[in-house]
Design a protein around this ligand. Structure first.
Ligand code: DQA
Length: 151
């Protein structure tokens, strides 16, 4: 069975409470239940982690060898964490960056991602559904032109 790691970064433990007009009413538990069930339906074991701490996220990326891919929502770290960027670049496991909201339709500081250039792909603005698409993408690695050479 393939294994996928889903990492949610800072403030995503506040889903459901935090800016519901932007992020919706559903909670982190709802999101994690959704992605675990979605993975099981595709014969894939999904492990979910969330942290508000940069170093913890970096450690999880370093320790991701057992996984065939990572779905990463770095939260605000997306926009300035060169340390998370370097952690992604240091591992072979493919990373798909996901944002619940359409960051490009929001404040200008959210338009730039320092982690996207070292990620295999990016999905923005599709709500919790973006995590499902990211899982599908990781399970399809090797098909349709996505292979080792383009990470
Ligand atoms: C976010 C977008 C980020 O700009 C923000 O800091 C978050 C959540 C999203 O999922 O839309 O914390 O990553």
């Amino acid at each position: 069975m393939k294994k996928i790691l889903v990492i949610n970064g800072p403030n995503l433990n506040r889903l459901g409470l935090r800016e519901p007009d932007v992020y919706g009413q559903r909670t982190l538990i709802d999101l994690e239940t959704l992605v675990v069930d979605y993975g099981l339906g595709r014969s894939c074991e999904v492990t979910c982690k969330q942290s508000n701490h940069e170093g913890e996220i970096i450690d999880w990326i370093h320790e991701s060898d057992a996984f065939s891919g990572i779905v990463l929502n770095p939260g605000a770290f997306t926009h300035y964490s060169y340390a998370i960027r370097d952690a992604i670049a240091s591992v072979q496991v493919p990373v798909i960056e996901v944002h619940i909201s359409n960051v490009h339709a929001r404040e200008s500081f959210r338009h730039h991602s320092v982690t996207a250039p070292v990620s295999s792909g990016q999905i923005v603005g599709l709500g919790f559904g973006g995590y499902k698409l990211a899982i599908d993408a990781l399970l399809a690695k090797g098909e349709d032109g996505w292979n080792e050479s383009n990470n």
